[in-house]
Design a protein around this ligand. Structure first.
Ligand code: GLU
Ligand code: ZN
Length: 308
């Protein structure tokens, strides 16, 4: 029947925006008759204890999931196998550029902002040998980048419709030898049978590249649902420093998980929902699909839930 997921990075406590995205991914999966799985994306930065706290917070707001939680750092062999597969098909190239090299070259007019300028794409074997030796002398390794199969790719998003975006020659293995987020996420979504990806709309621009990569790896491309982020009143992304934005902070001010759910519900046009099950009831597909796409502007409270 398909599977949806929530895939947090354990870099700190989940804030209200993360909790709302978690709720939406759970509701979207359950409402469409899907299984729902969790994955801890811990191959990058992690903060110790954060994974346990994130899981406890998801349980506290009443989200349930199917099967074991997948811990991304246990998947190294699968990530490496995918990299080997791409390499065997001639789809990877070594990149010797430093961040500075890329910044300086990326102002070329035909390169989308933030994209790789193509510096290492067409080097001769002699040039590669020389670059490898240069890096080795500096105790660095080349990164591996994907030879993008097309310059643009189209994905389907339930909220944004057909979305076409540029596909970069993006990094699939970092210069420290660790598989890159885009590679790991695609391989693990495939492994977990994920065919519906609900997540923050800061990742919408990554979806074309991920879909292209999935296609090259013969992994079915999921349907996407990129939901609005939570912003602080300043207009910046909501963050811990903005005030009481986590379950723990809010509990200290007298907010129960039910109070927090009710607030998240109100942001989605639902009043009086006190449990995740209430929200699941209230949010039918018509309502979900008609959800406003503007960010959720959160004013962190300084007192209890009364009157909020
Ligand atoms: N781990 C990513 C994050 O917390 C989300 C990745 C995804 O949902 O594809 O930002
Ligand atoms: Zn390069």
């Amino acid at each position: 029947m398909g599977t949806g997921r929530f895939a947090p990075s354990p870099t700190g406590d989940l804030h209200l925006g993360n909790l709302r995205t978690a709720i939406l991914s759970w509701v979207w999966a359950r409402r469409t008759g899907r299984a729902f799985v969790l994955r801890l994306e811990d191959i990058d930065r992690v903060r110790s204890g954060s994974a346990e706290r994130q899981i406890a917070d998801l349980q506290a707001i009443g989200i349930d999931w199917d099967g074991e939680i997948l811990v991304q750092s246990t998947r190294h062999e699968a990530h490496t196998a995918a990299l080997d597969d791409l390499a065997a098909k001639g789809l990877l190239f070594e990149c010797y550029c430093s961040r500075k090299d890329i910044r300086e070259a990326a102002s070329a007019p035909h390169v989308p902002p933030g994209h790789y300028p193509g510096t290492c794409l067409h080097l001769s074997e002699d040039e590669r040998q020389a670059k490898r030796a240069e890096l080795a002398a500096a105790h660095r390794l080349p990164a591996l980048r994907l030879r993008a199969p097309a310059s643009r790719w189209t994905v389907f998003d339930e909220l944004h419709g057909e979305y076409t975006g540029p596909v970069d020659h993006f990094v699939v293995q970092r210069s420290d030898g660790v598989p890159a987020y885009n590679l790991a996420a695609v391989v693990d979504d495939g492994f977990q049978g994920v065919d519906q990806v609900v997540r923050g709309d800061d990742l919408l621009s990554q979806a074309p590249a991920q879909a292209a990569l999935a296609t090259l790896l013969r992994i079915p491309v999921p349907v996407y649902v990129h939901v609005p982020l939570a912003l602080a009143p300043s207009g910046a992304r909501l963050a811990k420093r903005d005030g009481a934005v986590t379950l723990e902070d809010l509990a200290a001010l007298g907010w129960s998980p039910a109070d927090v759910l009710e607030w998240i519900g109100r942001s989605l046009g639902v009043s009086g929902a006190r449990t995740a099950a209430d929200l699941l009831d209230a949010l039918d597909m018509d309502r979900l699909r008609a959800m406003p796409l503007d960010p959720w502007v959160v004013t962190p409270p300084t007192g209890g839930p009364q009157g909020a």
